[in-house]
Design a protein around this ligand. Structure first.
Ligand SMILES: [Zn+2]
Length: 226
C-alpha cells in the first residue's frame, strides 16, 4: 500500500498521461507538416547549413542519424545530428526541426548561459536518475533514512537539469522561428506551421519537467511521512 496511498500518486499518473499525450501530439504534428513541401524546396540539412553560415559559424558539422525525432545538437563534438526524414526532406517540418537544432548550436557559439548550466548539470543529472531508486529502496528496506535523503538529493539534480532544459528549448525555437523568417527560409504562412511543430516539441519537455518535479515532491512527501 505504501506507494498507492495518496493523491500525489494520482497526480503523478496524471502527469505521466500528459507526457504520453504530448509525445503522441509531437509525432502527429510533425507527420502533418512533413507532408507539406516548403516553398523554397530546402532540405533540413541545407537550412541548418545556411543558418550556420548566416551566423558566421563554420566549426559545427551536420550529420545524419537513424530513427525518428532523434535530432539533437551535441555541444561536446559541435555536431548537429539530424534524423533521416529531417536531413534529406524539403518539408516544413524538417526545416523547422533542423533550424531548432541550429538554434542550439548558435546558443553554444554565443555562450547562452542556461545552455552552459544545463551542460554542466548533465553528469550529476545522469547519476541522480540512476541513483534515486536503489538508494530509496535500500533506505526503506534497511530503515536508513539518510539513504533516502541522499537519493532525493541526487534526484533533485536531474529535476534541476530538466528545469534548465525549458529555457534552452524555448529559446532555440524562438531563434529558429525568427531566423527562418528573417533569412526567408520559410514564408510567413509556413512560419505559422513551423511554430505549431516547435510548440508541440516544446510541450514534451514541459511534460517531462512536470513529471520529474511531481516525482520529487512525492519522494519528499513519502520520506517525511516516515
Ligand atoms: Zn532542442
Amino acid at each position: 500500500m505504501y506507494f498507492y496511498d495518496s493523491y500525489s500518486f494520482l497526480i503523478l499518473i496524471g502527469l505521466m498521461l500528459l507526457a504520453s499525450v504530448a509525445s503522441m501530439n509531437v509525432r502527429s504534428t510533425f507527420n502533418k507538416y512533413h507532408k507539406i513541401r516548403n516553398s523554397r524546396g530546402m532540405t533540413g540539412a541545407q537550412a541548418a547549413e545556411y543558418m550556420l553560415r548566416q551566423n558566421g559559424i563554420y566549426d559545427v558539422s551536420i550529420e545524419r542519424i537513424g530513427g525518428n525525432l532523434t535530432d539533437h545538437y551535441d555541444p561536446r563534438s559541435k555536431t548537429i545530428r539530424l534524423s533521416d526524414p529531417v536531413y534529406s526532406n524539403a518539408s516544413i517540418a524538417s526545416v523547422s526541426v533542423a533550424c531548432h537544432e541550429t538554434g542550439h548550436a548558435i546558443q553554444h557559439a554565443t555562450g547562452y548561459a542556461p545552455l552552459s548550466i544545463r551542460t554542466a548539470l548533465l553528469p550529476a543529472a545522469q547519476l541522480g536518475s540512476q541513483a534515486l531508486w536503489p538508494l530509496f529502496f535500500a533506505g526503506i528496506l534497511f530503515s536508513i533514512p539518510v539513504l533516502i535523503n541522499i537519493g532525493i538529493l541526487f534526484f533533485s539534480f536531474s529535476v534541476l537539469f530538466q528545469l534548465f532544459t525549458l529555457p534552452v528549448e524555448f529559446n532555440a525555437s524562438s531563434r529558429a522561428l525568427k531566423m527562418m523568417d528573417q533569412y526567408g527560409i520559410l514564408s510567413m504562412d509556413e512560419n505559422d506551421s513551423a511554430r505549431k511543430v516547435l510548440t508541440a516539441a516544446a510541450m514534451t519537455y514541459v511534460a517531462a519537467a512536470a513529471m520529474s518535479l511531481g516525482q520529487l515532491v512525492r519522494m519528499l512527501l513519502l520520506s517525511r511521512r516516515r
